[in-house]
Design a protein around this ligand. Structure first.
Ligand SMILES: Cc1cc2nc3c(=O)[nH]c(=O)nc-3n(C[C@H](O)[C@H](O)[C@H](O)COP(=O)(O)O)c2cc1C
Length: 192
């Protein structure tokens, strides 16, 4: 089963890669999940480099039935990436009570590719980013994803930026994340 961990932040200096790596490590180190043949992939939207509606302004992704229907080559690649994954973990900061525009753009570029797939939202911020977590869950439900739940991780302002390679105190979220991932795997297995 292929699990995509999508990083919501595209800032040059960001804590998102460390938090995404923590989520990946937590899943990889879990005894019961490690037998489930899970393949984890961290996705950096900076590398995906999707345009903010340019060439294909007239296209509504919900009306695009086939990958070749997308005019933009980066969107075609993104469509193939999303199609190839079974489960999504969105790791996102909260920006002014919402989630980053780059993440919304990546979600909106395609449509049918998300449908029916299980998703988890892991948000972070000074107060855990629960507002953006709920907003993102609602958007994913609108795409007919199977939203299993969310985890909001508080990062005390003093620890941002995080000291390189460390995520202090985050082990407190391990159990919540693992339970949600286990539910995603179960749901996805029963669908396939
Ligand atoms: C534009 C902007 C808005 C922010 N708004 C919030 C907010 O509403 N709530 C919060 O807890 N933290 C907020 N923060 C602080 C972020 O949680 C913190 O900067 C975090 O490191 C951002 O993640 P990133 O470094 O991976 O981009 C904001 C940061 C930025 C850059």
């Amino acid at each position: 089963m292929k699990v995509g961990i999508i990083m919501g932040s595209v800032r040059t200096k960001r804590v998102c890669p460390e938090i995404a790596a923590y989520v990946k490590r937590t899943i990889e180190n879990d005894q019961s999940l490690c037998n489930q043949n899970i393949e984890l992939q961290i996705i950096d939207l900076n590398q995906v480099a999707l345009p903010l509606y340019e060439d294909d302004d007239d296209l509504i992704p919900a009306q695009v039935k086939d990958v070749d229907g997308y005019v933009d080559s980066r969107t075609r690649l993104w469509s193939r990436t999303v199609s190839s994954l079974d489960v999504f973990i969105f790791v996102t900061p909260q920006y002014n009570w919402g989630y980053p525009a780059a993440l919304k753009n990546a979600i909106d570029r395609v449509y049918h590719e998300w449908r029916g797939k299980s998703a988890i939202v892991v948000s972070y911020g000074g107060h855990g980013g629960d507002k953006c977590n709920r907003q993102l869950q609602e958007v994913l439900q609108g795409l007919k994803m199977n939203v299993v739940g969310g985890v909001s991780m508080s990062i005390p302002v003093g620890v941002i930026p995080l000291p390189e390679g460390t995520v202090p105190g985050f082990s407190v979220y391990n159990e919540e994340i693992l339970q949600l991932v286990a539910s995603c795997i179960k749901n996805t297995n029963s669908r396939q």
